[in-house]
Design a protein around this ligand. Structure first.
Ligand SMILES: Cc1cc2nc3c(=O)[nH]c(=O)nc-3n(C[C@H](O)[C@H](O)[C@H](O)COP(=O)(O)OP(=O)(O)OC[C@H]3O[C@@H](n4cnc5c(N)ncnc54)[C@H](O)[C@@H]3O)c2cc1C
Ligand SMILES: NC(=O)c1ccc[n+]([C@@H]2O[C@H](COP(=O)([O-])OP(=O)(O)OC[C@H]3O[C@@H](n4cnc5c(N)ncnc54)[C@H](O)[C@@H]3O)[C@@H](O)[C@H]2O)c1
Length: 421
């Protein structure tokens, strides 16, 4: 019968309660690392429902999907790291409930683990396509390594791949599929790809890129149904009656933060688990980090939830230090993300709401795909994106952080160093 586990190996033969981390992915693994780096010597229990030890997801839609990045390169730590750092790693174990008053989590098998402090790095889950036929074989989502394996198997030369959603997943999969020799149609509800993140001016660059690589891009479409026979998908039927034939359909229509446990435990949830600047939730002994955290950001003076790798990499350090009682542990990093599609590599630093800017300034010609784009409001740089231009993230970050009004002509002039603006 499942019993109660303190998971503690703390000093003095320790029966003291451990720090428990729910979610054994990038965020969870980095939190365990940060706790040890901060000198914490008590018990750490890292619980994850996936069977793989913590791994990184970016390669799943890029190098790993293309067969260029080997499996062993995707993991956050080597297998022995957990034992070497006295981290109890419980894989294939879903947490079913949290009892904040009793400082206990209940596992799906009814086992219980007590905690002194709890960190939630439960991440996010793909939104499901709510149309008839979406549960057939050949309808593929991409979140886990086994999803990437399935999509890879479908990307054969000449295969017809329909991609629903021209966001990050949709575009990166489309690029991998073209590289594998598949025929690709991308079906997007809005008028351009990545529209809500990049805005019209820069989104166009990605539309042009994919069209040049032979992707059939269709915007402003409404998916009505997935057609099929014998339980296997055969195409996508649109609301205008058109059908796109497909051997496989990849759906990338966004994610929802995995807040179910937090909500049921009575924690404050609003577009993710709400935290303060220390990543502490509405319960003083519970913290959250990564995709699931809607954290108060002191620079932007508001809560933001960031669904990107660098956030899951860095927030856990702050959460770990904060839960160990270090009052100066505040998360104020400026969001950063990247993508690779065909021969386009880019990095983005900053934060802009969909209608939050009044001007886009290009340094370099976007048609050459070697440029920097800046989003401004009232003459201040909110974000910058370097495309096939490297080693500029730091000065862009500094521009964003400073909040100073810049000379737009100088901003556009490649001869003016960014750190001189
Ligand atoms: C295919 C793909 C490619 C990406 N590429 C990029 C990129 O190029 N650049 C970029 O910046 N970002 C990228 N991202 C986003 C980035 O991977 C995420 O922001 C990051 O994975 C978030 O990490 P996390 O640890 O917060 O959550 P997740 O990675 O979602 O991990 C959460 C973990 O918690 C587990 N869990 C949830 N609930 C429970 C429970 N009740 N009990 C036990 N375990 C639970 C989940 O199973 C999961 O393993 C990509 C994402 C995907 C899917
Ligand atoms: N390079 C990166 O940073 C990267 C790469 C891959 C994944 N990710 C992360 O993975 C997560 C999932 O990515 P995603 O691409 O699914 O989400 P996304 O939010 O980036 O894009 C979803 C796209 O689907 C469209 N859409 C929504 N409903 C639709 C419908 N019914 N029909 C057609 N189009 C529809 C939206 O308009 C949007 O363009 C995100 O958190 C993302 O940040 C990031």
């Amino acid at each position: 019968m499942a019993g109660t586990d303190t998971g503690s190996t703390g000093a003095g033969g320790g029966r003291e309660r451990p720090v428990v981390i729910i979610g054994a992915s990038l965020g969870g693994a980095k939190a365990a690392e940060a706790l040890r780096e901060a000198g914490y010597r008590g018990g750490i229990v890292l619980i994850g429902e996936e069977h793989e030890r913590p791994y990184e997801r970016p390669p799943l839609s890029k190098g790993y999907l293309l067969g260029k990045t080997p499996r062993e390169k995707i993991y956050v730590h080597p297998p022995q790291w957990y034992a070497e750092h006295d981290v109890t790693l419980r894989l294939g174990t879903a947490v079913a409930a949290i009892d904040p008053a009793g400082h206990t989590v209940t596992l799906a098998d009814n086992g219980r683990v007590e905690y002194a402090k709890l960190l939630l790095t439960t991440g996010s889950v793909p939104r499901r396509l709510p149309v008839p036929g979406a549960d057939q074989d050949g309808v593929l989502y991409l979140r886990r390594v086994e999803d990437s394996d399935r999509i890879k198997a479908a990307l054969r030369p000449g295969a017809r791949i329909a991609v629903i959603g021209a966001g990050w997943i949709g575009l990166e999969v489309a690029a991998a599929a073209r590289e594998a020799g598949a025929e690709v149609t991308v079906l997007e509800a809005l008028e351009l790809p990545l529209l809500r993140v990049l805005g019209r001016e820069v989104a166009q660059v990605f539309a042009d890129l994919h069209r040049e690589h032979g992707v059939d891009l269709r915007f402003g479409v409404k998916v009505a149904e997935l057609t099929g026979g014998g339980g296997t998908v055969s195409g996508v039927k649109l609301a205008d009656g058109t059908t796109v034939a497909a051997d496989a359909v990849v759906v990338g229509i966004g994610i929802a933060p995995a807040t179910g446990l937090a909500e049921a435990a009575g924690l404050e949830v609003d577009n993710g688990i709400r935290t303060d600047r220390h990543l502490r939730t509405s319960d003083p002994d519970v913290y959250a980090a990564g995709d699931v955290a809607n954290a108060y950001h002191p620079l932007f003076d508001r809560h933001i939830r960031v669904e990107h790798w660098a956030n899951a990499l860095n927030q856990p350090q702050t959460a770990a230090r904060a839960l160990l009682g270090q009052p100066d542990a505040v998360y104020d990093r400026i969001p950063y993300f990247f993508t690779d599609q065909y021969d386009l590599g880019m990095e983005y630093v900053g934060y802009v709401e969909p209608d939050g800017y009044d001007q886009v300034v290009f340094r370099g010609d976007p048609a050459t795909r070697e440029f920097i784009a800046f989003w401004l409001s009232g003459g201040r740089v909110l974000a910058g994106m370097n495309v096939n231009v490297w080693d500029v993230t730091e000065p862009i970050r500094e521009l964003v952080r400073s909040g100073r009004v810049v000379d737009v002509k100088e901003l556009a002039d490649p001869d003016v160093p960014l750190d001189a603006l």
